[in-house]
Design a protein around this ligand. Structure first.
Ligand SMILES: C[S@@+](CC[C@H](N)C(=O)[O-])C[C@H]1O[C@@H](n2cnc3c(N)ncnc32)[C@H](O)[C@@H]1O
Length: 217
């Protein structure tokens, strides 16, 4: 994949990207990602599967007093997103090259996140791959653990089967989360749900979208 880069151009993630090797060894215990920012006491929002970083670039300028961490496991997207944050001067955003489910489940301390964003998560349509979907009973428990009281989870998908799967999991988690209607963020353009790359691509194909917000109980 070239992402439209000119041949030979080097992506510069300096200061805006954290690779797997930048994390202390797991034996060191939890890692507080808020400390990766100049002002660690600000509200902290986490995006799972940031892709090319469109949501982060759009939203972090509108919320300059919030810190954003995008977690992306595909190396080329991670590097593209971190370089894009650097080019756009997004000093309140970082990209982490990691499996978000493992990072949240094993490294993030309790009660540090204000909001978790999950947009157009990979649907893994084959039954034998469903275990790779981000939304699982165990993941919702981990979201609940790392969120602050009344913290939010925003979920958007175009995929009907993944939507059904997500609703079923949320129904089993009513002790953890209250379901609310989804409100598009200020960065979404008129008529958009969230305004990520995948939404814009799928919108051109005429696909319908599904969205929900969960509030931590
Ligand atoms: C379909 S793309 C959507 C990208 C972006 N959110 C958007 O809406 O344009 C899903 C992205 O999530 C990433 N991803 C999937 N599972 C992940 C995980 N467990 N941890 C980190 N990234 C993940 C994929 O590499 C991919 O870039």
């Amino acid at each position: 994949m070239s992402f439209g880069l000119s041949r030979g151009r080097t992506l510069d993630v300096s200061g805006f990207g954290l690779g797997r090797d930048d994390l202390p060894d797991e034996s060191a215990g939890p890692v507080d990602p808020r400390r990766w920012f100049d002002c660690p006491d600000r509200p902290f929002e986490l995006e799972i599967g940031s892709g090319k970083g469109t949501f982060l670039v759009q939203q972090c300028g509108l919320q300059p007093d919030t810190n954003f961490l995008g977690i992306e496991w595909t190396g080329e997207f991670y590097r593209y997103g971190a370089d894009r944050l650097r080019r756009n001067g997004c000093t309140n955003a970082r990209m982490l090259h990691e499996n978000a489910v493992e990072f949240i489940g094993h490294r993030v301390p309790d009660g540090v996140c204000d909001v978790i964003h999950l947009y157009f998560s990979d649907p893994w349509p084959k039954s034998r791959h469903h275990k790779r979907r981000v939304v699982q009973d165990a993941t919702l428990k981990q979201f609940h653990r790392v969120l602050k009281p009344s913290g939010l989870v925003h979920i958007v998908t175009d995929h009907p089967d993944l939507w059904t799967w997500t609703q079923e999991h949320v129904l089993r988690a009513t002790a953890l989360f209250e379901r609310l209607p989804f409100t598009p963020p200020p960065s979404a353009r008129d008529g958009e749900v969230i305004g990520t790359n995948f939404e814009r691509k799928y919108r051109r194909e005429g696909r319908p979208f599904h969205a929900m917000t969960l509030r931590r109980i």
